[in-house]
Design a protein around this ligand. Structure first.
Ligand code: GAL
Length: 382
């Protein structure tokens, strides 16, 4: 089964966009292995838009740009495989990709076969230049079938930005993850707006097919395409922590968009945090349950509990205010009234510090401005 848990990997777009080339991709492969990401669970290396020539060859096949990929795409795929990783590429359901390269509309079976021959394991499939006469759902179904008929197991990552409520049909057309929103930018408001827009949709995200609220911006610090390239200055480390924790809490795919060859130690450690990745990869993939009665529009605090497998839980506090605040969870709101005699034994998931068995009927913690705290909890008795 593909995408049994949320897919994890690296994608070229957020930082490199049209500047992507062999040197960058092979460098990312080496960094994934040498800097610990592979051991932490990151698996896919994905080349996004801008890898091909602007025209197909005389047989109607896509052609890698020889300046960017002088040894072709198969060479890159072989290199990725030689490191025990999986390789992904990008195309588009429309006639052109968003950056103007040939799309797969009407060429689905040829392109899927080409990708299979090159050793592709993952296809991101975009939605630009989609003909007005085309059928959105059928276009994704057609490529899904083409991939399955290609003879190679290829994870299908759809990217129609939430058009036509993809959470209602992407699973049934055989997709393994689907972008549910417009593009993320290296900015606090961008990622909070995105994740909040999907809160009531994550109940439809489950093993085999996950809602994808877009790639990570962790550690970009304004450098790259979705940062300064689009007029954004980047986030603070505290904000990146909130972003990564939120993606983990929602069982979102973890596709790193930063330059992993040159990541800051803080962000490298964050994205490899074992406790956070275990929460993200929990096999039950349950959506978080909101405890605070008010929505973000009403309150700067958000409090969630997420059920994990084996009677374990994650408790998360987010603070959107511009100053530190105290957040709390009353256990009664989490289904554990005081009279039950049951309480939680709590560990800070970010620091791995064991806090211990909580005697009161609530648990509280200080949360920095734009920051979060996340804990794992197990049952204990008072
Ligand atoms: C957008 C997509 C981005 C990136 C870009 C490439 O539509 O949402 O993630 O793939 O196209 O041009």
């Amino acid at each position: 089964m593909l995408a049994k848990t949320p897919p994890m990997g690296w994608n070229s777009w957020n930082t490199f966009a049209q500047k992507v080339n062999e040197e960058i991709v092979l460098g990312a492969v080496d960094a994934l292995v040498e800097k610990g990401y592979k051991d932490a669970g990151y698996e896919y290396i994905v080349i996004d838009d801008c890898w091909s020539l602007k025209n197909r060859d005389k047989d109607g096949k896509l052609v890698p740009d020889p300046e960017k990929f002088p040894r072709g795409i198969k060479y890159v795929a072989d290199y990725v495989h030689s490191k025990g990783l999986k390789f992904g590429i990008y195309s588009c359901a429309g006639v052109r990709t968003c950056a103007g390269y040939p799309g797969s509309y009407g060429h689905e079976y040829t392109d899927a076969k080409t990708f299979a021959e090159w050793g592709v394991d993952f296809l991101k499939y975009d939605f630009c230049y989609f003909p007005a006469s085309g059928d959105n759902k059928n276009a994704y179904l057609t490529m899904s079938m083409a991939l399955k008929a290609s003879g190679r197991e290829i994870l299908f990552s759809a990217c129609n930005w939430g058009t036509d409520e993809p959470w209602k049909w992407m699973r049934s057309v055989g997709v393994h993850m689907y972008r549910s929103t417009g593009d993320i930018y290296d900015n606090y408001k961008s990622f909070t707006d995105i994740i909040q827009s999907q809160e009531d949709k994550f109940c439809m995200s489950a093993p085999g097919c996950f809602n994808d609220p877009d790639m990570l911006i962790v550690g970009m610090h304004g450098i790259g395409h979705v940062g300064e390239g689009c007029g954004y200055e980047g986030c603070t480390d505290t904000e990146y922590e909130s972003h990564f924790v939120r993606w983990c809490l929602c069982s979102a795919p973890l596709m790193i968009g930063g330059d992993i060859r040159n990541m800051s130690p803080f962000c490298e450690k964050l994205m490899q945090n074992k406790n956070l990745i275990a929460i993200n990869q929990d096999e039950e993939a349950r959506p978080p349950y909101r405890i605070d009665a008010t929505s973000f529009q009403w309150s700067p605090k958000e409090v969630f509990i997420k059920h994990l497998s084996n009677n374990r839980f994650a408790i998360a506090f987010f603070n959107h205010a511009d100053k530190e605040t105290e957040c709390q969870i009353f256990f009664q709101e989490a289904g554990i009234p005081y009279y039950s005699g049951v309480t939680f034994d709590i560990t800070d998931a970010l620091t791995d510090e064991h806090i211990g068995v909580i005697d009161q009927d609530y648990f509280k913690a200080n949360v920095p401005s734009h920051g979060c705290r996340i804990f794992t909890a197990e049952f204990a008795t008072r």
